[in-house]
Design a protein around this ligand. Structure first.
Ligand code: SF4
Length: 115
């Protein structure tokens, strides 16, 4: 969760204590209770965008708006490779760039103190 403090985005961590699950997941339906808001990190999952290679065999840079990016995905996500394509590499790159812009505006010192 986020809040604003002195112009910096501030993280406020909240999770279900018994399973470390997300507090926004409806326990009865399993669905997201804030789907209309759809947090950026949730839009991006199961993908990850890096501005430098992670050193994984076969990785290749993806050129996006003159910038080299490396796109990865969580192999444990059961939806990867299933059904029709719902997001393409350009859209993943755009989300990753937006995520980094938000991260750059974030009070990471405050965030790290919560961990
Ligand atoms: S989509 Fe994101 S906010 Fe919604 S339940 Fe899942 S982790 Fe939580």
């Amino acid at each position: 969760m986020l809040s604003m403090d002195s112009g910096k985005i501030r993280f406020v961590l909240s999770y279900r204590e018994w399973d470390l699950g997300c507090i926004f997941q409806d326990l009865e339906t399993g669905k997201c209770k804030i789907h209309d808001y759809n947090p950026l990190v949730c839009q991006l999952y199961p993908f990850m965008v890096s501005h430098k290679p992670l050193g994984i065999e076969g990785e290749e840079a993806f050129e996006y708006r003159g910038e080299k990016l490396w796109l990865y995905y969580d192999e444990s996500c059961p939806g990867v490779g299933e059904g029709e394509e719902i997001i393409n590499m350009k859209e993943i790159a755009a989300l990753g760039v937006k995520f980094k812009e938000e991260l750059d505006k974030t009070d990471l010192e405050g965030f790290n103190s919560l961990l």
